[in-house]
Ligand binder design. Sequence first.
Ligand SMILES: Cc1cc2nc3c(=O)[nH]c(=O)nc-3n(C[C@H](O)[C@H](O)[C@H](O)COP(=O)(O)OP(=O)(O)OC[C@H]3O[C@@H](n4cnc5c(N)ncnc54)[C@H](O)[C@@H]3O)c2cc1C
Length: 471
Amino acid sequence: MAVGAAGVTGADLDDLGSGLRGRLLRPGDDGYDASRAVFNGMIDRRPLAVARCADAADVVRAITFVRDHRLRLSVRAGGHNVAGSAVVDDAVMLDLTAMKALALDPATRTVRAEPGLTLAEFDAATQASGLATTLGVVSMTGIAGLTLGGGLGWLNGRHGLACDNLIAAEVATADGRLLRASADDNEDLFWGIRGGGGNFGVVTSFEYRLHPVDLVLAGGLTYPLSMAPRVLRFYDEFVKAAPDELSTAASLALSPAGEPTVSIVVCYCGPLDQGEQLLRPLRTFQSPTADSIQPTPYAALQSGGDAGFPDGRLHYWKSGYLRDLTDAAIGTLLRFVPSMPSAASGIGLQQMHGVASRVPPSATAFPHRAEQYDFLILSQWPDAAGTQRNVEWTKALFQAMRPHLEDAVYVNNLGDEGPSRVRAAYGENYPRLLAVKRTYDPDNLFRANQNIDPSTDVLPETRGPASPAPA
Ligand SMILES: Cc1cc2nc3c(=O)[nH]c(=O)nc-3n(C[C@H](O)[C@H](O)[C@H](O)COP(=O)(O)OP(=O)(O)OC[C@H]3O[C@@H](n4cnc5c(N)ncnc54)[C@H](O)[C@@H]3O)c2cc1C
């Protein structure tokens, strides 16, 4: 019996299921709804089937099946991408969440990790040996999507992005091969997966370089919004002059009592006494209402913000890079914060700094290398009744901020925002990414992502004057 638009039959799906070491889930099966539910509660899509892959061979089988039956395919790892690209109506979803093997070699300070791991799982394993690498700042996020898009976290100043610490990967490609990608093997593929997202294949394992990381000097400073102009000006100058060991973020939000606040969070990953000395001016130039900076186990820092991001809330994000916290940019932010419709939302300025900012833009596919902030309006609210208000406020703030932002965006922050924003995410590396895409996925099997469409031509200009904000 036909079950899909392409005429795939139930017997075909049964064949796929019986060939997997993992399980094939169809609508109505136990686990199907859990697999299709992703972090962003705005996303409610129903795949034709879910292949819960147990290993790389399962991934290859599922890819081959999808290709041979001309179906659509999506890939789910941590399920945290706000665009919800992990799940597509009527597609076969490759659910990698069961692939969590990790092999660490303390002697070479390297680790081989499967794509189903979350940051929390990865950090727990590497910290047991006193090691870590840059990941993100909310520990339920998946290592896979994060690394493939770049990976900006608390160690970026000293150790670069997550993708800068990738030394090799195993990639299942559209033609059913399992390829090693590294500086010595399939270098073009290795270049592309460090910032080009899931466009080229399904990564079945990642190998990272690790670094000794023990206690870090970390925590936050909070001030009332009335102090924001002084605080943000001082912060901007202070962090730009800071050594690589310091990575920071600033945010504007509402306190639990509904009071607008501005906060600064820091992570210093060098000798603690030097960090204490370095941070003294930042901690004392004004009196914060709270100062929680203290020596902190790195894994505790990594999970410190988790409570603010429970699964299932509705999310709508807008993002771009901000080079300088000018008075005009600060003034725009201050106009909008008091009318933030949801107390769960926030405006984040995650600092890209030091090593991450100095990698040449063409060295990896991730092009946005500069001392700058990843500016993110992170709107989240509990149910559909709040959707219109929150989306409208987010769009209005983003529109007002556009003159202050680069025409560039972090691919992992993008929603469903159209081709010009996808080009802005890949920036000057787009032509080379297109060439890699044409080599490894000429038929665009892997298109449930911020897609590099192999059938389109390169636009002559991806940067320049800000284009109107898409939806
Ligand atoms: C609360 C929160 C906090 C965040 N904080 C940070 C942060 O601090 N720093 C940062 O850099 N980013 C951050 N992000 C963004 C994050 O990097 C992206 O959402 C990322 O896509 C999440 O990866 P995932 O595996 O969880 O996502 P998924 O939704 O599972 O995957 C997203 C997409 O990645 C691709 N993909 C995933 N796995 C594979 C694979 N194995 N092979 C090929 N393609 C694959 C697919 O195209 C998939 O659709 C945050 C996101 C959230 C929701």
